[in-house]
Design a binder for this molecule. Sequence first.
Ligand SMILES: Cc1cc2nc3c(=O)[nH]c(=O)nc-3n(C[C@H](O)[C@H](O)[C@H](O)COP(=O)(O)OP(=O)(O)OC[C@H]3O[C@@H](n4cnc5c(N)ncnc54)[C@H](O)[C@@H]3O)c2cc1C
Length: 1016
Amino acid sequence: MNQAEAKVIVIGGGIIGCSIAYYLAKTGTETVVIEKGNRVGSEASWAAAGILACRASTRNPYAELCRYSLALYPTLAKELQTVTGINIEFIQSGVLCIFLTEDEKKNWEGLAQRRLKHGYSAEILSSEQVQTLEPSISKKVIGGVHFPEDAQVRNPRLVKALACAAAKLGTKFLTGHSVKQFLFDGNQVVGVETSEDRILGDQFVIAAGPWSHQVANFLGVALPIKPAKGQMIIAETVEPIINRPIHGLETYIVPRTDGKLWVGPTVEDVGFDDRTTLSGIHQILESAIQLVPALAEKTLLKTRAGLRPKGKGKPYLGRLTEYCNVIVASGHYKNGILLAPITGKLIAELITKDNTSLSLDPFGVNHNTAMSRKNKIEEEPHTHIKVTPRTLILGILLIPVNVYWMTLVEVKYYSLDGSCLPLFIQPIFILFAIVLLNLLIKHLKPAAALTQAELLTVYIMVALSCTFAGHDTMQNMFGAIVHPFWFASPENEWQNLFWHYIPRWLTITDLHSLKGFYEGESSIYIARNVAIWIKPLLLWGLLFLLMMFSMLCINTIIRKQWTEQEKLAYPIIQLPLKLSEDMGTKLLRDRMMWIGFTIAFAIGLVNGVSYLSPSVPSIPYIKMRPVWDHIFTERPWSGLQGVRISMYPFMIGLAFFLPLDLSFSCWFFFLLRSVQRVVGYALGTRHYPALNDQASGSWIALFFIAVWVTRSHLIEVIRKIMGMETDLSDSDEPMPYRWAFIGLIGSLALIGIFVNLAGMSLWVAIIFFGLYFILSIAITRVRAEFGTPHEIYYVNPHDIMATVGGTRQFNPSSLTIVSMFYWFNRGYRNHPMPNQIEAFKMAETTGIGNKGVWVAMLIAIVVGILTTFWANLDITFRNGAIAKAGGFKGWVGWESFNRLQRWLQDPTDPNPTKISFMGIGALLTFGMMFLRMRFLWWPFHPAGYSLAISYAMEYFWFTFLLAWLFKFLIMKQGGLQMHRRFAPLFLGLILGDYVIGSIWAIIGPSLGIRTYKIFI
Ligand SMILES: Cc1cc2nc3c(=O)[nH]c(=O)nc-3n(C[C@H](O)[C@H](O)[C@H](O)COP(=O)(O)OP(=O)(O)OC[C@H]3O[C@@H](n4cnc5c(N)ncnc54)[C@H](O)[C@@H]3O)c2cc1C
């Protein structure tokens, strides 16, 4: 028996299977369609009448599904004609429904009224009007309703065209192969066994029409789909007798362009008997001739019969709860031809993006259909790749190297802002170096080489250490916690204003030691300095450790939903995954990758040389430059100032992997933001556009959206925690849900006690940390879904609290502690929470157990925090935090304590205008999300709005525009297949830029000079 492989295996080559294959092929997904017949579309999809009866339902969401599908037809028809030359004869002819009795009249007119009420078209006609429209119709007809939106298509041609187009785009069709069984690895479906082959795959789609229940049965899942037979006859006329499809007496008469008439169908509950029968033909003819008497004289050409897949009222579309890589797309009953395009599109989205443009929830397969097999399997233990001791040791050894290097170049030389990007620079460089070394080891001693799981575990540990060593966490901390005692002066009155509120156990007041810290020429390796610094640092470390632990608990609770169920895209992990795949051989052999790499590397090289030797010309506009500040100097146009252009290769690479609507929204809303400023200036008001407040509202709304989409999972988690019956298993989680919950409550309580002892009132602590975690979860969701940068400088708990509550409401002691916490609320660029969940995703993708990764992460957290203390103190005591170092630690303190001074000297009240703008930001975000889910054509992504009006797009809007343009053109020219060909080029841009950036950041400190930095 042969064994082949595919990414997606579609079982069933009817119209539904072929449509899914086509839409998948457009995304470049490697797909195999397995069809038991000798050709595709030989069952119901061939027998159908081809009426696209959108009128059939007015009840949402089914009506919406029908409407969207019909709307896809015009484009699909054009695409298929272009790609295959096949004309599928999509004609929006409308359908005329006629009636002969008062009862029928009542029913049809009722439907027409309902449709009109829902905004569709329907024309109620008298018998005369019907006769005028269609003179051949029986004089007994008492009226009719014309549904102009309904259409028809040549369904046999449509199936053929879909299959041809998919084949041209690379899909493989195995006809004459019947799927007999699924193949399992544990409880994971890994392949199918057909009458001829074994085929391995990642995702499986059951699209086997009325046989879908048999196929699902192989998995022990009872799918309530049964056959409903329909018969048709085909007659021939020389002269057309009707101009449009006619429907009456439960029969259609459909005129085709070639003069043929398709008449039928019957609806029969006779199991899998698919014969055409005399009684069936008789029934069709009797009704049809009553409607159009002239039909009796026409030639009977053929008859045909097919079996509709009949479910329980709606099609089943979605993943099986029991096997999340198996999708069902079946049960379309009388509307399979109508619903084929939307089914193909949504299932392709589900597979490729795990995010569908229309919600599939209403069409989900009943959760309670699983039979015994699932229960049996759940008891089987999962086998995971173990985290090996040598990886942990390597990780522990590399963390200090990484942390010291990062601190040195960010604090002293200010020559590589590696922690300021969602994909940290240094860990990628370190991974790249290890991969190259590993290839050498593989060549010399294959057994000793690190596996992908090992490479990634090391990467995860090193990347996690950046979340402490980076700018926006503990590097800031050193600036914030000691600042008031060194920079207090009689002018700023800090001593009187708030010194007494700062707990001495969380700061350093020893001026001698602070002199060493700020001015340098000293050493931390002096017993006195160690003794002074160790206690506050360990206590701050403890607080951060508690925060890390609560994030790990939250990530444990949401992990399964975001990574396994929704399968969010996690764009940020694509490069490390590809770089470590097959020990690096795959990506490093890709020519496209090297083209991108060379471009980015060459730019960084030339600009780096030019930086050291200005006579060498540099490549302009790579780094941020103002565009028109010198032109727009007068109000209101000066509102356009601050728009800066940059073409960072790495960010073009990263943004290329975003969905088009998001990258479009990011740059579009950024430009709109400047226009809003101009309007504000023109109106002469300082209250509008209040972008920071809009942004705050918008990010809070993103949190609620994230919770909303996770709600069903959270309910199951609660059931699990309470010991109630649920299918949700936590055996694979880093820790059981109950422990994660207890851990979360426990760590939050300890944080509460800690900050209360420090002087923050408990109620203020609840608000402050509540907002902090709201923003953290929103950032984590945006990162997991889109991988965008998230420096939301003006969105933070302290500003939201000051705006909504007014600083007057908070006691000075609480406000002082809020200011001491500025260090982890300044920008969120190296926020730990998204990095934690990305580590879990990498573990899932490569088969490393979550528990193993969890242990590696805990080790990395402790080692990361301790080495960050050491690196910062070593570097600052040698060089002086504001003497020879970059001065960053000074700014953070000034920002925080100048604001505290303002708050205390000039307390504020709640600001209704700013609160209103927060509300507007939230409403716009919710509104855009609603419109996006409701209308396929809606071009704006709410996260694009949130990112563009925060600080996050400041550096990058133009790179987003470029990436969007490249991607748009690539998709337009060559669809997703071309996209797939070009993807390594964009990965190369990131890698090349990061490598040259890192090389400069090694040369600089080695020679004691400042070198070119690739970012900012
Ligand atoms: C007479 C008639 C008239 C109709 N008119 C209309 C109409 O006007 N408009 C409309 O929208 N809809 C109409 N329908 C309904 C429509 O035809 C169906 O809903 C649609 O064709 C279902 O498509 P499918 O791909 O799910 O199923 P199918 O067309 O049945 O395809 C399923 C495929 O799976 C294959 N398969 C099954 N088991 C296996 C296995 N184990 N391994 C491999 N392959 C397997 C089968 O061979 C088959 O080719 C009509 C149906 C009939 C019968």
